[in-house]
Design a protein around this ligand. Structure first.
Ligand code: A3P
Length: 316
């Protein structure tokens, strides 16, 4: 039993055991809770976050599907929001991983009962989650706090996740990409199915465009300057004309770029409680799936996406 499982009350243990579950290649079992798949060790944090979290109107929640660029979004948002506190030369990101500065509220803060972290976060509090929109705590939906959602082409997300877990497990005999792909296509994915996750935030962003900003990894890669401005406007810290003229936006884009972040010592050798920081930096490219998936695999996933995203107008 992991620490997360041990902390569950008897009622919550019973709740988890009553859920549909499947064996999977990433975690021994995934449990289907509120329509998404979740590992047992995460329930303590998620249930406690859902029941107790009190959002503030000034909060900024970064919501992502795993392996969609969370690490990048955390550095960008943290840097934009705190630019009057820290110059880039003094940025805490130079010595502290973005996952420590912008913690996963459910998995890290509530999951490890680190409630004092919530009090010590700078204002605006920048928080993170992988939960689907429909499973967010009510106070997030009902307050004026803002949500920034980042997703990624499922083909690349799958390839990134498969590499990440294979490295994390350090198994002598890692699961084959074909086996993992089969489960993925069946929608058995941590916090997934990805299509439901993406569509949940997509619809919310259409209904409440002041509350939810919907971003795609591929778009950020293509025009980071435009999206840094957009992100700054959305979180209420727009750049002044003076900053723009001084090239502040370009500097932030370079500071948070894959190459710069990957090469920082903290990201080369540091470790979060659960994983080495360097595992969050692999290639940082769009379209790496072409190096790992066969044409028939990509065709299958394209068809699935066509079916799932169909009328929404969403395309990757
Ligand atoms: P790849 O495995 O395709 O390289 P997450 O942060 O959600 O865990 O996502 C990890 C993915 O984002 C990895 O993708 C990683 O390399 C990429 N990534 C990390 N930092 C990045 C950055 N600063 N810019 C662009 N991509 C980044």
């Amino acid at each position: 039993n992991s620490a997360g499982e041990k902390q569950l009350s008897k009622e919550d243990q019973e709740l988890v055991l009553s859920l549909p579950r499947v064996k999977n290649w990433d975690y021994p079992f995934l449990y289907q809770y509120q329509g998404f798949w979740c590992a047992s060790e995460f329930f303590h944090g998620i249930l406690s976050f859902q029941r107790h979290f009190q959002a503030k109107d000034t909060d900024i929640l970064l919501a992502t599907f795993p392996k969609s660029g969370t690490t990048w979004l955390k550095s960008l948002t943290y840097t934009i929001a705190n630019r009057s506190r820290y110059t880039l030369e003094n940025s805490p990101l130079l010595t502290t991983a973005s996952h420590d500065l912008v913690p996963f509220t459910d998995l890290e803060i509530y999951g490890k009962n680190k409630f004092s972290t919530l009090e010590h976060l700078l204002t605006p509090r920048i928080l993170a989650t992988h939960l689907p929109y429909a499973s967010l705590p009510h106070s997030i939906i009902n307050s004026n706090c803002r949500i920034v959602y980042l997703c990624r082409n499922p083909l690349d997300q799958f390839v990134s996740y498969w590499h990440f877990i294979s490295k994390l497990q350090q198994a002598a005999d890692p699961v084959s990409i074909d086996e993992a792909f089969e489960m993925f296509c069946q929608g058995v994915q941590l916090f997934g199915p990805i299509w439901d996750h993406v569509l949940g935030y997509w619809k919310a962003s259409l209904e409440k465009s002041n509350k939810v900003l919907f971003l795609k990894y591929e778009d950020l890669k293509e025009d980071i300057i435009y999206y840094i401005k957009k992100l700054a406007d959305f979180i209420g810290c727009p750049f002044t004309n003076e900053e723009d003229a001084q090239g502040v936006i370009q500097e932030i884009s370079k500071f948070c770029s894959f190459d710069n972040m990957k090469n920082l010592q903290v990201n080369q050798t540091g470790k979060l409680a659960w994983v080495e920081n360097k595992l969050f930096f692999r290639k940082g490219k769009v379209g790496d799936w072409t190096n790992h998936l066969t044409p028939s695999m990509s065709k299958r996933l394209d068809n699935l996406m066509e079916e799932k995203f169909g009328e929404s107008g969403l395309r990757f």
